[in-house]
Design a protein around this ligand. Sequence first.
Ligand SMILES: N[C@@H](CCC(=O)N[C@@H](CS)C(=O)NCC(=O)O)C(=O)O
Length: 181
Amino acid sequence: MKLYSSPTSPFVRKCRIVALEHGVPLSLVRTNILGNDAAQPNPLLMIPSLEMDDGMLIADSRVICHVLSGGGPRSLQDRVLEAVADGICDRAVARMFADRSGNADPDMQARHVRAINGTLDHLEAQTRGGFGIGDAALVCALTYLDMRHADLDWRAARPQLATWLAEISERPSVAQTEYAP
Ligand SMILES: N[C@@H](CCC(=O)N[C@@H](CS)C(=O)NCC(=O)O)C(=O)O
């Protein structure tokens, strides 16, 4: 199976972690998301997308992770965590693109930061165990903040999340998929 990808996308990294956790080999096809649209198989012009061996194209990291993990039943808690962590990534990616555009709306940028911080506070108050797709998504969100939004200094007021990330970073699927900016 081919995963259309970039080495700095949190959604791609989540899929790669889930594939490694489930022993699914993936061939990565590097895709320039802001480059030539003709090279992008996903009509939504987004990564990740997964090309199955029979040619079927699957868009969206949540659906891709469902497929890569075998499509079995999952706890509601794990699904909620994935959605919340992906939401942080949506905000963080939007803030990054707006910063790069040079004409970011300050009110919108502040709203992204409020949303990211509020969601991290909510997650800090929770306990977690095991390692599901939601946890993979959270790893990708926290490390994406480190890579693109170090100014937010998310660890400062969130020692539980910081300790959790340090421990989980030892996991082979996490260690082998570090962002490569
Ligand atoms: N909901 C999507 C979000 C994917 C996403 O935002 N991908 C970004 C890269 S991190 C992208 O392809 N952006 C290109 C664009 O917005 O044109 C998923 O989970 O796969």
